[in-house]
Structure formats: structure tokens, C-alpha cells
Design a protein around this ligand. Sequence first.
Ligand SMILES: NC(=O)c1ccc[n+]([C@@H]2O[C@H](COP(=O)([O-])OP(=O)(O)OC[C@H]3O[C@@H](n4cnc5c(N)ncnc54)[C@H](OP(=O)(O)O)[C@@H]3O)[C@@H](O)[C@H]2O)c1
Length: 466
Amino acid sequence: MKIWLIAAMSADGKIAEKAEQSSLDWTSAEDTQFFVEKTKEAGVVVMGRTTFSTIGKGLKDRRVIVMTKNPTEATPVEGVEFTNNSPADLVKRLISEGVETLALGGGASVYSQFLDAGLVDEVFLTLEPFLFGNGVPLGEKFARVNLELVDTRKLNARSVLLHYRVQRSFMKPVIERTVDWQYHHLLKKILEEGVDVKPIQGEGSRMLLGAQMHFDLANGFPMITERDLGGRFMIGALGEHFAFLHGARTQEELKAFGCAWWKKWVTKERCDIFGLPEGDLGPGSYGPAWTAFPTSEGEPFNQIEHVVKQIKERPNLRTHIISPWIPQYTLQHSGIPPRKVVVAPCHGYLHILVFPETKQISVHHFQRSGDVPVGVVFNIIQYAAFTMMIAQATGYTPKELVYTISDAHIYESQFEHVKQLLDREPRVFPTMYMDSTVNDLLDFRPEHFTVADYTPHEAMIIPTPV
Ligand SMILES: NC(=O)c1ccc[n+]([C@@H]2O[C@H](COP(=O)([O-])OP(=O)(O)OC[C@H]3O[C@@H](n4cnc5c(N)ncnc54)[C@H](OP(=O)(O)O)[C@@H]3O)[C@@H](O)[C@H]2O)c1
């Protein structure tokens, strides 16, 4: 059953200037018209006894249910039922009676209880041009509800109708989440048990071979809290990921998706080494490997598109695999042409596991090489978002992101920063809301993601030599 909250509000969030006032005293004729149309569309309207007293009669062509503690004492009114059911019991009863849509007509106590019980699906608010200063608020004493804006409409020269959808999350309420120490332990383990190596890039690092973290996504979105990754950092990470899903190969294409950090890798000097034009990541980079994998038949193969189709058609298969690695464009030794990629793909090896019985999806992501203080934290955001997106695009609920890093390292220039990070206690992971209307993996954009309940330690810029 769908439940709509319908209210008129002053611009300072009051639904009445004083208690027991009739809404008709101050709302516009267009709002009344909207209320009548929308409640007729729903067919059933629930309101509190106080609100009903301000109306004093039934509503034409609508079933009206009035909440009161003493239904037997109410004076019978035609077309009106009185109930002392709790919101949850009332909803259960109406579902069993076949009711498909329910409109909440107020007042504040009814809105509050239905919101608090998580029973509201959509919210229609008419903003009328007043600041009451005092009065009855829309509701109170309910936990925060996140909304996504569906539509706005000017009802007349002075009034605006806002239509929201309540955002739902498959994640546990923040209060029930446990603090995830896996990232903290990984940093510590690399520092304490890693081996010192001198890679060809020059700067030494300490590395651990084969690290793994399991993120139960119901326990929150795995965005580390030891330093603030919100704002433009997160947007850049998502933008890069979406660009690659679309096959982006050049700095310009990445920029169009909001990711600006590839510039230093695709300078003229670097691209010259691989015989590539300036700004080109190369045919062996993530985007082309995922979406235009070279085949012996000649036709490029789009792994993303085909894996999505395979999941939908044959979810039980264990072959939902995506690889960013085109060996003939990536390996380098004498006797073969120079590699065709400025940076050999580090991440983006994906195994998607579908559990049709529970309607859940998990992703095992493998990272060949990971700069754990810098790159990895953004990659975790990308693949946790990917897990949520692929789940929504195929009709499943996200379950787990298993994150394996083969060469997990910390560069020497990062040691001091990592020690500071280890002094900061991790906090619970935030909630990530995703626009519920996007159903195609390629249609997601950063604005479809909203982070809530994120309480990180302060931002820390950590250098990275790569
Ligand atoms: N602007 C708008 O869109 C809009 C819409 C509606 C209302 N309003 C305004 O809101 C104000 C009224 O709001 P309000 O919060 O004071 O009152 P209300 O929600 O209209 O009614 C409260 C009454 O409903 C009954 N009730 C509520 N929850 C119940 C439950 N779980 N079980 C049994 N009975 C329950 C109780 O009636 P008993 O006391 O009989 O037990 C309670 O006193 C009025 O000023 C009205 O104009 C504005």
C-alpha cells in the first residue's frame, strides 16, 4: 500500500497558526482543490480527531477514518469511521481490506506517528506565503526522514506545491550499526608486518600481499571515518567510476563526468612514451577494457552490458565477471610493442554473486595494487556504490562488498599521516541513499547519491606519489 502525507504549510513549517484552527482560514483555493483531487485519487483519508473537529463532516466520495482514543464515544457521522488502532495496525487492517492508497490528512500528531513508524511513502507539501512565527509544526519527535524531490509546481502566483518521495535504505538504523575496524587494522598490519619494497616509480613503500575486508552493506556505506572523504572527493570518485562504466578513455571524457584527477597522468610527455595522443589513457585503460574489450572476431565486447543482461537472465551463474585487464595492451617486455595504457589498471576486477533465494547481490572486488591510505578509500566508495547500483539495476538488494587487495601498500611519505590516522578511532559508517527511480546502471550520476549520518574526523590531505 502507498501512503501519502498531504499538508499545507506556512513558509516556516507550521500547519496551523493556532491549535484547532481550520486550514481553510489561511490556505489557498488551489491548495484545497489539490487536496480534494489527491484524496479522491487515494480514496481513503486518515486524520486525527482534532483535525476532524475543524471540518465537522465527512468528505464527499472519500472514506474518512478518524483516529481517536475513544471511538465508541464519537458521534456517528455518515461516511466517517472512528478507530483507536495504532498507525501500524490500521495500515495492516486496511491492506487486508484491499486498500491500495491512503492519504494522511493531518494533523501534526497523525503525521508524526506515521513518519516515525516509517509508513509514509510520498509527501505533498503546499507552501503558503506566510511566516507564522508561532503555531503547530508539521510534526515532532520523529527520527529524521530523508526525502528526494520528485516535482515542484506553482499552484498560483503565491503558492508552491512540493512533491517528495521518502528515501528508504536497506541499511540498519545508525544506532544498530557497529564500528568497522577493518581499515584501521589493515593500515596497522601493513605498518607492523609489511615488507619494504622499492617499486620502479622510485618511492619506497611497505606492502602486504593479499589483504581482504568484508563490508556488510547493511552495516553502513563503507566510507572511512578516520578522515573526511565527503563533498568533492566523493563526487570525483563516483564521477570517475561512472565515466569508466561509459567507456571513457580520455581526460576530457573523465572531466565531463566530474573527475579531474587524471591530468597529471596524461601529459604529452607521459602519453608520448606509449605512442598515445596527449590526454589519452589508452585502449588498455579501464573504460575501453570494460566496454570495448578487443576480440579475435574484431567486434569489441562490452562486458558491463553483457554481464547485466546475464545477471537478469541467468542469475545463478557464477560467471558474472568483469575484468579491466587486456594483457596484450598491458604487459611490457622486450620483443613486444610498448603497452597501450598510461597506467596499468589497478582495480576493477569484479565478481558479482547473485542470491536469487534472498533477492540479494554481493560483489567481490579484486585490486591488483592498492595505495591503501589514498587510492583504496576512494575505490571502496566506487565499488560499494557499484554494488548498490548493480543491485538496483537488476532488482536485488545489496548484501556484501568483499574487497581484496593483492599488493596493499603504504608509501614512505605517508607513514606519518598513517600514524595520525591510527590515533583516530573509527566511527560508524554513514547511510548512502540512492535515487530509487534510476534503474539502468548507466544512468546513475553523482547527484543520485546522498550521504547521511556521516560523522568523520577532520579532513587530512595525504600525499601519493602515483
Ligand atoms: N495545514 C494542514 O495541512 C493541516 C492538516 C490537518 C490539520 N492541520 C491542523 O493541525 C491541527 C491539529 O493537529 P493535532 O496534532 O493537534 O491533532 P490531530 O492530529 O488532528 O488529532 C489529534 C487527536 O487524534 C487522536 N489520535 C491521534 N493519534 C492517535 C492514536 N494513535 N490512537 C488514538 N487516537 C489518536 C486523538 O484524539 P482523541 O483526543 O479523541 O483521543 C488526538 O487527540 C489543527 O490546528 C489543524 O488545523 C493542518
